[in-house]
Design a protein around this ligand. Structure first.
Ligand code: GMT
Length: 378
């Protein structure tokens, strides 16, 4: 199958899902054509079935806002015509679902059929999508998607609550390739970051308000009162400077290691004792799943789709949003009990295996195949 894949290339879950899905499809023999304004950060093109079509948006002085949608739609039309795409898969509804619709209509005028799948990832529905200014366009382009997938049951419910959608929504959870998590070497970094055997807490995100990183600091401060520990931050984003300042005010700066954007966090996770994710909303929590695949238990909130990933009292603990006392208590319970921590580590790994790409890939292929069958019939 020739598949067009549209995603944001920036540091974020939807780009990771699109990229890892594209790689897995390419390994299975499908030809996958990525279209984005720069190369998605995890896309490694050493695969004869993977292609990247970059487009650039002109910075003409008349445009205060650059016409991203028009350029992307034109790129999709071009790639669909010359690479003979069978299906287009767009990640993140805004603005990719309406761009896909526009491209589809242009292609129709050239007697070319291009069905499109829209995958909803989270903030495209729960945050940005809640802005009423987007409502008519999102509703229209979702209702005209040939298929819609959502990364959790919770996100599906949120979508149906927020928009009047007549279309079916198929839940296909986020995934990891469990084979990639076997035999990751520690490279002695545990000793470098925790020279006196301190416990290591890790938080990975794109540092936006929705992640409530101030709660990570509050939990860490409480942990430090009872257990020697270090906190590793991976990622960058709008809240980073505020968080650094807050950490100084709380006198935590000497125990925090800021690593910035890291493409592949497996090595860092290999030295972690706990992963902290206190998000306000989280449609799935891919970062938590990646931690679990590295045998790291998760202290998280119970918002959105997190309970579909992190199992209370088994792979970690879940608390109400903002309840830092409960999160601290849970973190300390695990950090102070080595055998319990070990059991949770194994449980986390076993739970992550349920989301292995081998189980998830056929679900996406089924969605694509159903569209092709429909096209033959109509
Ligand atoms: O919001 C982000 O953190 C980035 C965002 C994205 O779309 O890039 O992540 C969302 O999609 C991920 C992949 O499907 C999910 O695992 C994340 O839970 C989701 N983030 C939120 O809902 C906040």
């Amino acid at each position: 199958m020739n598949i067009g894949m549209v995603c944001f290339p920036t540091y974020g879950g939807s780009g990771v899902v699109a990229t890892e899905l594209g790689i897995a499809l390419a390994n299975k023999g499908h030809k996958v054509h990525f279209m984005s304004y720069s190369q998605p950060f995890r896309l490694n093109l050493f695969n004869e079935n993977l292609f990247f079509h970059e487009f650039s948006v002109n910075d003409y002085p008349l445009f205060e806002y650059q016409p991203y949608e028009s350029v992307l739609a034109s790129k999709i039309v071009d790639v669909a015509m010359y690479e003979h795409l069978d299906v287009l898969h767009v990640h993140y509804a805004i603005p990719h679902a309406s761009v896909a619709y526009m491209a589809q209509q242009i292609l129709k005028s050239k007697k070319i059929n291009l069905p499109y799948v829209t995958t909803l990832h989270g903030t495209d529905i729960t945050l940005v999508g809640r802005d009423p200014a987007f409502e008519p366009v999102i509703r229209f382009s979702l209702n005209h998607s040939n298929a819609i997938t959502s990364v959790s049951e919770s996100l599906k419910k949120d979508t149906l609550k927020t928009f009047k959608i007549d279309n079916k929504i198929t839940v296909i959870p986020n995934f990891i390739n469990i084979k990639d998590y076997e035999n990751v070497k520690e490279y002695c970094i545990k000793r470098k970051y925790a020279p006196n055997g301190e416990k290591i807490l890790v938080h990975i995100s794109n540092f936006r308000k929705v992640k409530r990183i101030e709660d990570v600091l509050a939990v860490f401060a409480n942990v430090l009162k009872e257990v020697p520990a270090k906190l590793i931050f991976v990622g960058d984003g709008p809240e980073k400077t505020n968080i650094e300042q807050l950490a100084r005010q709380m006198n935590l700066q000497h125990d925090i290691i800021n690593l910035g954007k890291i493409t592949d966090p497996k090595e860092i996770l290999s030295v972690a004792d706990l992963f902290i994710l206190p998000s306000e909303t989280e449609s799935f929590g891919l970062a938590a799943l990646e931690a679990m695949a590295m045998k790291v238990p998760v202290i998280s909130t119970n918002s959105g789709g997190l309970p579909e990933v992190n199992v209370q009292g088994k792979t970690g603990f879940l608390s109400n949003v903002g309840d830092v006392e409960d999160m601290s208590k849970n973190a300390l319970t695990l950090l102070k009990d080595e055998s319990m921590l070990e059991k949770f580590r194994q449980n986390a790994y076993n739970q992550a295996k349920k989301f292995d790409i081998e189980k998830i890939l056929p679900l996406y292929e089924k969605v694509y195949n159903e569209l092709l069958v429909k096209e033959v019939v109509s």
